[in-house]
Design a protein around this ligand. Structure first.
Ligand code: PLP
Length: 398
């Protein structure tokens, strides 16, 4: 018999993956053109040309023994140096290669830092709704994930709720801005209020509380909305970054952790994270991709393409009478289930070949998530189906 933990993971499955598979089945039955799949956060924009060219150049120019070889568990020093300089240039910080650990995407980075920090029974807080995998990542190291509810209308953190949730067992708070699934971005004021509470509670309990900033969507901010760099606001901040969304490389598994010198126990955390990377079996982030990142560090993200989709979907759905949170970032639209039942709403949408993910899966019942990192033409084709869905719920559109 396999591990009980894994049995429960298998049984709970992933609502997103299940939807994605349902999409593939429906595409077979009704034709791909007639299925509107908003289930998966897989970037629809191709990686920038410089990525492709870098792959070719590295393979042609560099010593194959080196590019396909092992390295320091933290990654190539020159790649970590390039990443540190890039962050310093953008955010006025003072990191060196020593503060950067290259990871197997954001998922790899989160697992590395949670393994490094957690003892069994330690509590990790996060704001709900949240990326479903957090619970599994924390449970990998026998920690306990505790959700703190955000404001019911704005989906922003409520400081008093955070303050109440912190105990002497709190080891970390994971925050994700721009947010999956709500598309909300936390302003400097919000970040400052979180930092004040963490500092106060660190003193009160005589503990270290680490703020883990999960930032795969940092570059995906619309209308020039600022995404504050969190290490500037709180000494115990660890940043997890990924190129999965910003450079459209989710299958390549590349990202990094920022481990500042200001962290309590910084040198042990840096050493520990290197060891965790190794013993989790990642060993090091993919070699070729690290080198590609160093050459593509200044490639921008094609935010404009997602912005067109964001406006089209938000404007259309609100005009049909759906209530949506206007996304400030990421590429998800958070839509209220008209009668409050998100699971029934997802099922009703399926009748019109629309696939979306129930908010319940993100600990955000009453809402659904639409991933609009899709072909714009698919959004256009799906609009009559959304209109019919609005009709079924007797919504008053324009
Ligand atoms: N964190 C959040 C909030 C995400 O939405 C995702 C992926 O969708 C991840 C982490 C994992 O990203 P990666 O593919 O870089 O591991």
């Amino acid at each position: 018999m396999i591990s009980e933990k894994v049995v429960s993971l298998v049984n709970n499955g992933s609502a997103i993956r299940a939807m994605f598979e349902e999409g593939a089945r429906m595409a077979k039955e009704y034709g791909r053109e007639n299925v509107y799949d908003y289930s998966l956060g897989n970037p629809s924009v191709a990686a920038p040309d410089v990525v492709r060219q870098s792959v070719i150049d590295i393979v042609n120019e560099e010593d194959p023994v080196v590019i396909h070889g092992y390295m320091n568990n933290a990654g190539y020093p020159e790649v970590r140096e390039a990443v540190a300089c890039h962050i310093n240039r953008l955010h006025g910080t003072h990191f060196s290669s020593n503060n950067i650990l290259m990871t197997v995407g954001a998922a790899g980075g989160l697992n590395v830092i949670l393994k490094t920090l957690l003892n069994p029974g330690d509590e990790v807080l996060t704001f709900a709704p949240y990326f479903v995998e957090y619970k599994n990542y924390v449970s990998n190291y026998d920690g306990v994930l505790k959700a703190v509810r955000t404001d019911e209308n704005t989906f922003l953190p409520v400081p008093e709720r955070l303050e109440k949730a912190i105990t002497s067992k709190t080891k970390a708070l994971i925050i994700n801005t721009p947010n999956n699934p709500t598309g909300v971005i936390y302003s400097e004021d919000v970040i400052k209020s979180i930092a004040d509470i963490l500092l106060k509670k660190e003193k009160e309990f005589g503990i270290s509380i680490y703020l883990i900033a999960d930032e795969p969507y940092r570059e995906l901010a619309y209308d020039n909305t600022e995404v504050p760099y969190l290490t500037k606001f709180y000494h115990n901040t660890i940043v997890g970054y990924s190129y999965s969304k910003s450079l459209s490389l989710p299958g390549e598994r590349i990202g990094y952790l920022v481990l500042p010198d200001e962290l309590d126990d910084a040198q042990m955390i840096i050493a520990g994270a290197g060891v965790s990377n190794r013993v989790l079996g990642f060993v090091n982030a993919p070699s070729l991709m690290q080198k590609v990142i160093a050459r593509s560090i200044d490639a921008g993200t094609d935010v404009a393409a997602y912005d067109i989709n964001r406006k089209l979907l938000y404007d259309s759905l609100t005009s049909f009478g759906f209530e949506c949170v206007k996304p400030q970032g990421a590429f998800y639209l958070w839509v209220k289930a008209p009668d409050g039942d998100d699971l029934a709403f997802v099922n009703a949408a399926k009748k019109y070949h629309i696939l979306m993910v129930a908010g319940t899966g993100f600990d955000g019942p009453g809402y659904v998530r639409l991933a609009y990192c899709v072909d714009k033409a698919m959004i256009e084709r799906s609009l009559p189906a959304f209109k019919k869905l609005a009709g079924e719920y007797k919504l008053n559109g324009d």
